[in-house]
Design a protein around this ligand. Structure first.
Ligand code: NAI
Ligand code: MG
Length: 398
């Protein structure tokens, strides 16, 4: 079989180092692939006026699978000031290349696993009935609709007349907002389509079935947001009844879910939500398992098979220029494992996850975040593992 080609998009800041270390882990685990690097991020915004050059899109179109580190985004003024002088006249507007990738390739399924590793000092703990300390095992996977809803970008301030007039036909708009001058109104829409709602629900149920989770929880707010959340929950009920009678369907409201996640996180399995609530729920659960150093994600389009696998953290510019990188590579390594699952290399993924679990359980090699240190250049002298030492520890277990 021909070797597969993976597009690597290191991006900015710590994205580069976590990706580089992860590739070493993949190789050590026996994963064979050719890698081609895709340009993405701030550097290309400054030099070319485009943080997501067409050649990178072409690479992903061709090879379908990408590992992505992280990018830096900066506010409007900085974006303009840092542009190459010859580009300043061109009226260019910075747009996030990740959102760009998502939209261009319709990466509508976002999957974020939050599983606690035994021995991780950052694991969530609570008091039990007799006041004893409990450390519940968290094993949750969040499926977030990635392209629609409140992040769909359909919004206006001082909306055009047709939009305003159409809104005025809604009795509640007229009653509650009709008093307000049009110029003083901002509207962000929350659009759900049946096609993509069905797809995220299907992905969630299929995952629960494949990996033996007992429940799928729709985490929305159908009692208040009746049309969109309501549609998602109703479709989930129909789908469960028709195809997944062995899996329980639960329904939580996002606000209550945020409260319950520290009370009984071990009760949840697969969680599925629209774009914004999925974003919130996944950060909430990630906090229980160690935070940004451990939070991995996959984004893919089930029709085209195009997938981008990335840690949820950003480029952490304040650590980007350390001589010895101190950040935790586990989120990136986990993201690579999700890629391996996606391309049917589950055995290699399993091997890597086992090695990571062993390193964490042993507790000898820990990055600064696991040691609860403030991220400074001297943490390595003080006993924290560097990014590379953590990757090497995983490789040693392989
Ligand atoms: P960030 O995730 O880059 O960093 C926040 C803090 O989390 C860091 O200062 C550090 O203390 C900690 N942290 C992050 N990754 C870590 C790791 N692997 N190990 C240990 N600690 C880690 O978020 P921030 O500071 O809000 O944004 C920095 C830049 O990254 C911005 O330009 C932002 O736009 C961008 N960003 C990019 C994302 C992406 O590429 N997907 C996601 C989030 C932010
Ligand atoms: Mg986020």
């Amino acid at each position: 079989m021909a070797k597969r080609t993976i597009v690597t998009m290191p991006g900015d800041g710590i994205g580069r180092v976590v990706l580089e270390e992860t590739l070493k882990v993949l190789t050590a685990a026996g994963f064979e692939a050719d890698y081609v690097e895709g340009d993405i991020g701030w550097e290309f915004w400054c030099k070319e006026g485009n943080p997501l050059p067409q050649r990178t899109i072409d690479l992903l179109e061709k090879h379908k699978i990408a590992l992505f580190g992280a990018i830096t985004s900066k506010p409007k003024d900085d974006a303009f000031n840092e542009l190459a002088p010859e580009l300043k006249e061109k009226n260019l507007v910075y747009a996030s290349p990740i959102v760009g990738l998502r939209q261009h390739f319709g990466l509508d399924i976002c999957m974020r696993p939050c599983c606690s590793y035994t021995g991780n000092p950052l694991n969530f703990i609570r008091r039990g009935k007799g006041n004893e300390i409990e450390e519940p095992k968290v094993d949750v996977v969040i499926f977030r609709q990635n392209t629609e809803g409140l992040y769909g970008g359909v919004e206006w301030s001082n909306p055009p007349a047709q939009v305003y007039d159409a809104m005025m036909t809604h009795p509640k708009f007229k009653k509650n907002f009709g008093w307000c001058p049009k110029e003083d109104i901002s509207i962000s829409t929350r659009i759900f389509t049946k096609k993509y709602t069905e797809r995220i629900l299907r992905a969630a149920f299929e995952h629960a079935k494949k990996y033996g989770y007992k429940s799928v929880t729709v985490c929305e707010k159908p009692n208040v947001i009746r049309e969109t959340s309501g549609m998602m929950y109703k479709m989930a009920q129909q789908m469960q009844k028709a195809d997944y009678s062995n899996i329980q369907l639960w329904n939580t409201n996002i606000d209550a879910q945020m409260m319950w996640l520290t009370k009984n996180p071990e009760d949840y399995g697969v969680i599925v939500a629209g774009n914004m609530f999925g974003d919130i729920a996944s950060d909430g659960f990630a906090g229980l398992i160690g935070g940004l150093g451990f939070a991995a994600s996959a984004q893919f389009n089930p029709e085209t098979g195009i997938g981008v696998f990335e840690p949820t953290h950003g480029s952490a510019p304040k650590y980007a220029d350390f001589k010895v990188s101190i950040v935790n590579p586990i989120a990136m390594i986990e993201s690579a494992c999700m890629m391996l699952d996606f391309i049917n290399e589950q055995e290699i993924a399993k091997k890597i996850r086992k090695a990571v679990a062993e390193v964490i359980a042993e507790g000898k090699v820990r990055t600064y975040d696991m040691m609860k240190m403030t991220g400074k250049a001297d943490v390595v002298e003080k006993g924290a593992a560097s990014t590379s030492q953590m990757a090497q520890a995983v490789i040693a277990k392989l």
